[in-house]
Design a binder for this molecule. Sequence first.
Ligand code: TYM
Length: 333
Amino acid sequence: MMKERKVSFSGIQPSGELHLGNYLGALRHWPTFQEKYDCVYCVVDAHAITVRQDPAKLRRSTLELYAQLIACGIDPEKSILFVQSQVPAHAELAWILNCYTMFGELSRMTQFKDKSARNADNINAGLFTYPSLMAADILLYQTDVVPVGEDQRQHVELARDIVKRFNGVYGDVFTEPEAVIPKFGARVMSLNNPESKMSKSMPEGCVFVMEKPEDIMRKFKRAVTDSDTENCVCYDRAAKPGVATLMDIYSACTGRSFEAIEAEFAGQGYGAFKPKVGEAVVELLRPVREETQRLLADKAYLESVYRAGAEKAAHVAERTLRKVQKKVGFLAR
Ligand code: TYM
């Protein structure tokens, strides 16, 4: 069957709070995809339990993130917006794909290496096979494009390799997906350690979407720059990683080029630049924070929307799953 429009799929983990890196690298772009693609967006709680979670907190973060996706502009009438654990086809296909994913491939995944180094006492099988579940997420919807930040490119590449392997044996079962990485904001770095990507595991260098404006401003005022005596706001990632990080963020928030930013702050120094970046971020995030708060006050609405989302997702996902089960030789139900 020919699809009328191409399909876009993406997911985000409800482990901890949504941060500026997630927003600039992924979420901000998702609503615009709705104009061109049939979109499917997922809060991936099954992925989140590869690291120990407090159950009550996970439930809260899942609902909050679901609300945040709507607040960012994902329209649950236009897109399929759902919670991963509510669509069992994900776990079922992940098992099958595990049998078509190689130990060597999974061993090479950077995220697995990073996370197992950080959670040395809990290197569980789920953490290792995480990319097969992610491939299942993507492949169930016959996805063409996957909007993600740079750090997820390797996982999408693996999903493509799995498709080639599977289709090579069974014919055209899955669509081959392609990662779509934004030009700006694809790798937002930490404010206090600009050599590492912004992540919730380093909260001082991480700006959270729900954070109070004064806390965001404080983090920007304290952001690491360098000891250049001229305090020059100019882009040089190798020599001035802190300034480059702030320029990346300012550029992603305002749409201004690095040249324009250099001109704007010529002769003004870091003291003027840092709070300006903070203000731009506060203004960018304000509507998302306020709309999320409004949505979270209406739990009944959120529940009805995530239930409907799971039903729509299951309908599409099961079609692919049945096809796969037949191909690998399972009896029809
Ligand atoms: P997650 O939850 O870590 O991140 C969600 C999205 O945010 C992007 N991102 C960043 N972008 C720029 N700078 C940063 N510092 C930064 N940190 C995070 C990520 O690239 C991602 O796009 N495995 C995925 C979730 C997932 C998924 C999927 C994604 C599960 N199944 C299927 C796409 C398709 C993850 O852990 O993302």
